[in-house]
Design a protein around this ligand. Structure first.
Ligand code: SAH
Ligand code: DHB
Ligand code: MG
Length: 218
């Protein structure tokens, strides 16, 4: 990683984010309980918060909770009666997230569903649509998750997908890494799907060289 990426993220956080006890406690608790440090960065978390507010989101879906760091950011973007459903495979991750969300004072807005996200999504009926969807779980399922986000969304729903660049790994058409194969399948799916208007933006920072897909359901 370039030496400057972390330093600039620190500069951004110092000026625009500031100290945040609940988020710091969540990261410390994640580490103490053995969760991998693969949460979004502070600058990225605030970006998700701002995007959800810009979208006027009242109903948010997240795929991939981990310890709830990104969940806290997104839940804070919601109005009082807003709701967030977050899907997590690992019961231990979900348990840590529950503690972190409680400490952050957002647990009343958040419904954590444990199990494979594909099963949780398949069990969800089209009802009140999600306004904003953040996808950040097993990368091999990204195309499925975007298809489910379209099914459970509405015209204008925002879809964000994390980790779609992987230090340029997305370019490797011969990769045996199922995460790269899954990300490439996502790009193929978005290219073919007329129900979505999308771009992807590369990022550098505390989390290295990666990127987000930003999409809007037509
Ligand atoms: N969004 C979090 C980070 C998520 S890390 C944040 O930024 O704070 C990815 C998470 O997806 C991990 O907790 C992992 O257990 C979970 N995951 C992996 N495969 C999954 C699946 N099939 N269904 C649901 N969650 C899954
Ligand atoms: C990994 C997953 C993530 O969601 C992320 O942001 C970084 C890394 C991983 O599985 O390695
Ligand atoms: Mg991620």
């Amino acid at each position: 990683m370039s030496w400057g990426w972390q330093a600039v993220d620190d500069y951004i956080a110092h000026h625009l984010i500031g100290a945040d006890d609940a988020l710091a406690a969540a990261l410390a608790n994640n580490e103490k309980q053995g969760l991998p440090p693969i949460d979004v960065s502070a600058a990225q978390g605030k970006m998700l918060f701002l995007l959800a507010q810009m979208a006027g989101a009242r109903r948010v879906l997240e795929v991939g909770t981990l310890g709830g760091y990104s969940t806290i950011w997104l839940a804070r973007a919601l109005p009082e009666d807003g709701r967030l459903v977050t899907l997590e495979l690992e019961a231990h991750h979900a348990a840590v997230a529950r503690e972190n969300l409680e400490r952050a004072g957002v647990s009343a807005k958040v419904d954590i569903r444990t199990g494979p996200a594909a099963d949780s999504l398949a069990a969800m009926d089209v009802g009140a649509p999600f306004d904003f969807v953040f996808i950040d779980a097993d990368k091999q399922s990204n195309a499925l998750y975007v298809a489910e986000a379209i099914r459970l969304g509405r015209s204008g729903t925002t879809i964000i997908v994390d980790n779609v660049v992987r230090e340029g790994g997305v370019l490797d058409a011969d990769s045996a890494d199922e995460r790269i194969i899954g990300t490439r399948a996502l790009f193929d799916m978005m290219e073919a799907d007329p129900g979505l208007d999308a771009t992807a933006v590369q990022t550098v920072g505390a989390k290295g060289w990666d990127g987000f897909v930003l999409a809007r359901v037509l």
